[in-house]
Design a protein around this ligand. Structure first.
Ligand code: C5P
Length: 348
């Protein structure tokens, strides 16, 4: 048995999507990034990452699943970068055990460049999973891990923390929140097939496509306060109308993709509920009290798309899925960033 084979434990991780229930842009930072205040949750919709020995000098990545657009050169992919960052952080902490090259297999289920942070979640799973595969989970202190995560992208630290959280700063300040009591809220996701770059949306926001500041921040702080005090899932559902408009990036996304505006309106008319936008979009969300109700709505949306009663921007029909918000947070049995495997949620 080779050294590499002995020292790599195969690891399988789910990398869940995130949803922004609120997203306030608080200001521009000196480093050019924006300071945020956002209540973020994890979804059962997840990519699946496996790590195994590469039996080669370099880390490798194989991607399957749809939609898989051009993921760019291998060494720029976030999964491969995350494994490299994990290795470098271990070395910096004086770990001299062999940290062999890893073969990563990524099954994409989360739409790419969609405001669901699938790539960032993949990176967090790879960072954490690589440490486990090498048998060095205790090599990095939580602060080292958080620094490594932040170096990969603004959304990555949230995934290491896991669960319900309020996210501030550029994304690196993650404060866990208790999940609401009662039945797990479900979500209908509708993602037009348009890759929207986060950088282009923030650039549009910076050049004036933004609402009067304050309203989204007030809603975001209020929700974080209510959750911290112990909120019921039913109360959260009552807040849907307020949360749906509490995204300071929505105007900027509409400036980048004007066709999203009539589509969002038409979707709202069809489902008869408030429609929000996750992150920099273009994913639109609708809250439901149960997965069954969200699945019924997904069917209605798919039928309307087929019938031509709902027309979505993008060359292909949008991704339509019913999923649930993950309740488990830090300290729960699934563990931070380690949700147990659930069946894939259907996409259109
Ligand atoms: O950190 P990440 O690579 O996800 O960010 C992508 C781009 O989005 C950044 O280059 C920046 O232009 C913008 N951004 C920002 N403020 C944030 C997060 C992202 O301006 N808090």
């Amino acid at each position: 048995m080779s050294d590499a084979l002995r020292r790599v434990t195969p690891v399988i991780r789910l990398a869940p999507a995130k949803l922004n229930l609120t997203l306030a842009v608080v200001g521009r930072r000196e480093d050019g990034f924006h300071a945020l205040h956002s209540v973020m949750v994890l979804l059962e919709l997840a990519d699946r990452l496996s790590l195994a020995p590469a039996f080669a000098p370099r880390d490798r990545l194989h991607v399957t699943g749809a939609p898989v657009p051009d993921l760019g050169p291998l060494d720029r992919n976030l999964v491969v970068r995350a494994i490299g960052v994990a290795r470098a952080a271990c070395r910096a902490r004086g770990i001299d055990a062999p940290l062999p090259a890893l073969a990563a297999r990524l099954e994409k289920r989360i739409p790419v460049a969609a405001g669901l942070a699938g790539g960032s979640s993949d990176a967090a799973a790879a960072l954490d999973g690589a440490l486990e595969a090498w048998g060095v989970v205790d090599a990095l202190a939580p602060a080292d891990r958080a620094t490594a995560a932040a170096s990969l992208g603004s959304d990555v630290p949230f995934f290491l923390a896991g669960g319900w959280a309020v996210v501030e700063g550029r994304g690196e300040l993650v404060t866990p929140l208790p999940a609401p009591r009662g039945p797990t809220p479900a979500v209908l996701l509708v993602t037009p097939r348009l890759a929207v770059s986060t950088a282009s949306v923030f650039a549009a926001h910076a050049s004036g496509a933004r609402p009067t500041p304050g309203s989204a921040l007030a809603s975001s702080r209020h929700l974080a306060g209510e959750l911290a005090a112990g909120m019921s899932a039913a109360k959260l559902a009552e807040r849907a109308g307020i949360l749906a408009v509490a995204n300071d990036l929505a105007l900027a996304t509409s400036a980048v993709v004007p066709a999203l505006v009539p589509f969002r309106r038409a979707l709202g008319r069809l489902v008869g509920r408030p429609v929000g936008q996750s992150g920099s979009g273009p994913t639109l969300w609708v809250l439901y009290p149960s997965l069954v109700a969200a699945e019924e709505a997904a069917t209605r949306v798919r039928d309307a798309l087929v019938a031509g009663d709902l027309v979505a921007p993008g060359a292909q029909p949008p991704f339509v899925a019913a999923t649930r918000i993950i309740v488990a947070g830090p300290g729960d049995s699934a563990g931070p960033g380690r949700p147990t495997e659930t069946p894939a949620q259907g996409g259109a």
